[in-house]
Design a protein around this ligand. Structure first.
Ligand code: ADP
Length: 616
């Protein structure tokens, strides 16, 4: 239909349904209309830039390529203009007038029926432009193609049954899209709001984006440059911009990947320090995902395995459409590939830090170790590499110094067949553990597991370099008789005293044994062969997990003077009530050392009775 030079076109039936769906039920985030329009404008600018490489004979060839946004908060109007390639009449009917990709309608309908969030899918189906109908009832496009002999056109639609096209007198190259905002979308007439959205999605656009007179996108997409062309200061600023951190990052990784089934660039950082605690990990942000410099997701957790989610940064790939939903990301093969490549590269990066920049590595390890170590129990493909990256303080090294398992085994004397560890809340606590006495005295190195997470992962590493790894808190370690404890060979007397221990404590312990590991202490509690690490038990309880505590084994140092005295008393009168009282007190003092004593009042009361007896 032609009226005063205005031609009206009916949308096809499918298109009508589609528009109805888009306008009335699909969108969840109206703000994405702005991202879609800016992205279309950048595409158009890129096209003209590309064309100028070979053909300078176009309209306005000397103007700066830019996007201009104008809002009027009183009139509630919005416009976005670019001096990109522009559109001729055919483009308007073919590209804007119809949704080219078939199957779109069925897909969206299905999504609607299943009540999935479809708002984020719009662009995937080439209907990005139509997202503007979320915020307005009528759109005007004025455009002129870059060809010198082109004409200007005005396209108008209310997104229902039809659109119209008329020829206009337009001098400039490019496209202007303008409209009045619906009542529910008045926020987009406010400059601060528009600025916020541009910063969020389009800050790294190649072209200047102006809001009124101000250029509002400020940060360059550094990841697109070559690593050697980026100055450290620029990189740090960039990190601070994307993370809101005020300190520099600990380290960075600049990647440009081709082949390997995925093509992408990435700029990743180890943050200055842990900005989250493990329990609230899900709230913490990780990777921003870009498609050709336009952000498509600002926290794409699916790009990293959980244990590497302390990493911050950006990944930019042209293999993804602008609009992808979370569900699609999860099932996307491209993303799966990127995740694999990232995981491998990050582990390699950490290995290099560990080898060449030990101090930096330890700083990383102290801030993010608790999360990172969890990878051992989830990433089985990389387990061996992760084991090499573990670090521990040890009983023979200075406080604060950390060793790898490799360092430890290098220091092992030839006759030591096992690797030993001991868990504790902190170094001091570990040092005071009676179970360490034998090892200290004989200069046998013991790894200290001071991070609560360690007790979750060590039991899953039964050996390293063919050497069994064992907790010295357990009953089954091999301790050689040395000159020092040779004198503690069981004799008849101590055997029967041990019998009295067993009888007295029969409800409380699994067994009582003569100890080979004690030097200065009289007694200690160790775990039975199959029991869990006591530290682990405590942790589980703290986390509210019901874990029946296994009974433990009491080890007695028969060389200790208190035990010798008890033997003598036993000889004099085996059924002495006082003897039993001392045995219970010894047991409870071992519990006290382990932080497991349940009734301190009972304990103190009994101690008073014993002191009274001793001072009689
Ligand atoms: P998509 O961008 O995914 O192709 P859209 O619905 O957003 O889908 O846009 C449809 C088409 O309209 C674009 O591919 C492009 O050819 C054209 N177009 C949209 N905006 C512009 C613009 N600002 N300048 C030139 N062409 C445009």
């Amino acid at each position: 239909m032609v009226k005063n030079n205005v031609q009206t076109f009916e949308y096809k039936a499918e298109m009508k349904q589609l528009l109805h769906l888009i306008i009335h039920s699909l969108y969840t985030h109206p703000e994405i209309f702005l991202r879609e329009l800016v992205s279309n404008a950048s595409d158009a600018l890129n096209k003209v830039k590309y064309r100028m490489l070979t053909d300078q004979n176009i309209l306005d060839k000397d103007t700066e390529l830019a996007v201009k946004i104008t809002v009027d908060s009183k009139k509630k109007t919005f416009s976005i203009e670019d001096n990109g390639i522009g559109m001729n009449k055919e483009d308007l009917t073919e590209n804007i007038g119809i949704v080219a990709r078939s199957g779109t309608l069925e897909f969206l309908q299905k999504m609607k029926e299943e009540k999935k969030q479809t708002g984020d899918l719009i662009g995937k189906f080439g209907v990005g432009f139509y997202s503007v109908f979320m915020v307005t009832d009528q759109v005007v496009i004025e455009t002129r193609h870059a060809d010198k002999d082109s004409k200007g056109y005005r396209w108008v639609s209310s997104g229902e049954a039809s659109y119209s096209i008329e020829e206009i007198d337009r001098k400039e190259r490019g496209t202007k899209i303008s409209f009045t905002l619906k009542e529910t979308a008045h926020e987009f007439a406010e400059e601060f709001r528009v600025k916020e959205i541009i910063k969020k999605y389009s800050n790294f656009s190649d072209f200047s984006i102006f809001l009124g007179k101000d250029k509002i996108n400020t940060v360059e997409a550094l990841w697109r440059r070559r690593e050697k062309d980026v100055k450290a200061q620029e990189r740090n600023e960039f990190y601070k911009f994307i993370t809101n951190d005020y300190e520099d990052p600990q380290s960075y990784l600049h990647l440009s990947i081709e082949g390997a089934g995925a093509e992408f660039r990435a700029l990743l950082f180890i943050p200055s320090k842990a900005q989250f605690d493990l329990m609230r990990l899900h709230q913490h942000k990780t990777i921003q995902l870009y498609s050709n410099k336009i952000m498509i997701m600002d926290n794409c957790k699916d790009l990293l395995p959980e244990y590497l989610q302390f990493i911050r940064g950006v990944v930019d790939t042209s293999d993804l459409p602008l609009n992808v939903s979370r569900e699609m990301i999860q099932s996307s093969q491209v993303l799966g590939k990127i995740k694999d490549v990232l995981t491998n590269r990050i582990i390699k990066w950490l290995q290099e830090l560990a080898d060449k920049e030990t101090e930096k590595y330890l700083k990383f390890y102290k801030s993010f170790g608790p999360l990172f170590k969890m990878g051992l129990n989830s990433d089985f493909a990389n387990r061996e590499k992760l084991i090499e990256l573990l670090r521990f303080e040890t009983s023979t090294q200075k406080e604060g110094e950390m060793s790898s398992l490799k360092d430890y085994t290098k220091r092992m004397p030839e006759n030591q067949k096992e690797i030993y560890y001991l868990s504790g809340d902190n170094r001091e606590f570990a040092e005071r553990n009676p179970n360490l006495e034998y090892f200290k005295k004989n200069n046998v190195e013991v790894l200290f597991l001071l991070d609560p997470v360690d007790v979750f992962i060590m039991p899953s590493i039964p050996e390293y370099d063919k050497k069994p790894i064992k907790s010295i808190d357990k009953g089954d370690i091999e301790i050689n008789d040395t000159a020092d404890n040779a004198g503690q060979k069981e004799d008849k007397l101590s055997e029967s005293l041990i019998g009295l221990f067993r009888e007295t404590l029969k409800d409380k312990v699994e067994d009582v044994k003569i100890s080979k590991r004690l030097v200065d202490s009289a007694v200690t509690l160790v775990s039975g062969k199959n029991a869990a690490d006591p530290q682990l038990e405590r942790m589980m309880k703290m986390m509210g997990q019901d874990m029946p505590s296994a009974k433990r084994v009491l080890e007695v140092n028969i060389g200790h003077s208190v035990i010798k005295n008890l033997s003598r008393k036993y000889l004099a009168g085996p059924s002495d009530y006082f003897l039993k009282k001392c045995i219970v007190q010894l047991y409870e003092s071992a519990q006290l050392v382990d932080g497991e004593l349940s009734s301190r009042t009972e304990y103190v009361k009994r101690m008073m009775e014993i002191m009274e007896e001793a001072t009689k």
